[in-house]
Design a protein around this ligand. Structure first.
Ligand SMILES: [Zn+2]
Length: 130
């Protein structure tokens, strides 16, 4: 059993999500850099989880990191889970939606703002509400 409060069967996830969204959110995939629809996107609003609609990031925390993925300097408190990820020969911190367990991306300690954090998030993992 998954520990997340929002649960769906794999077939329900496949029905809800596009093939690419499923690959990123449920199979920890990564979209190609500079291809996501929220990479260069700076309207005022809230970014929510594509899997379960939980608000994850405020637009005020978004910045242009130049890395090719939407980047934030903080998450809305308590909405993101942090997991040590040693895949691909690197030590990174994976970030997931705390509500449905959907893979969002990774967070790095090289952010340029006061928080020092750079949440690097797949556009495919999130939605936007203005
Ligand atoms: Zn979620």
């Amino acid at each position: 059993m998954s520990k997340y409060p929002y649960q769906k069967s794999e077939s329900d996830w496949k029905e809800q999500l596009s093939e690419e969204e499923y690959r990123v959110l449920r199979q920890k995939g990564t979209e190609r850099p500079f291809t996501g629809k929220y990479n260069i996107h700076f309207q005022k609003g809230t970014y929510t989880c594509k899997g379960c609609n939980t608000p994850l990031f405020e637009s005020s925390s978004k910045f242009d990191s130049g890395c090719g993925w939407p980047s934030f300097d903080e998450a809305i408190e308590g909405t993101v889970e942090y997991i040590r990820d040693t895949s691909h020969g690197m030590i990174r911190t994976e970030i997931l939606c705390n509500h449905c367990g959907g893979h969002l991306g990774h967070v790095f300690n090289d952010g340029p703002t006061a928080t020092g954090q750079r949440y690097c998030v797949n556009s495919l993992s999130i939605d936007f509400e203005s």
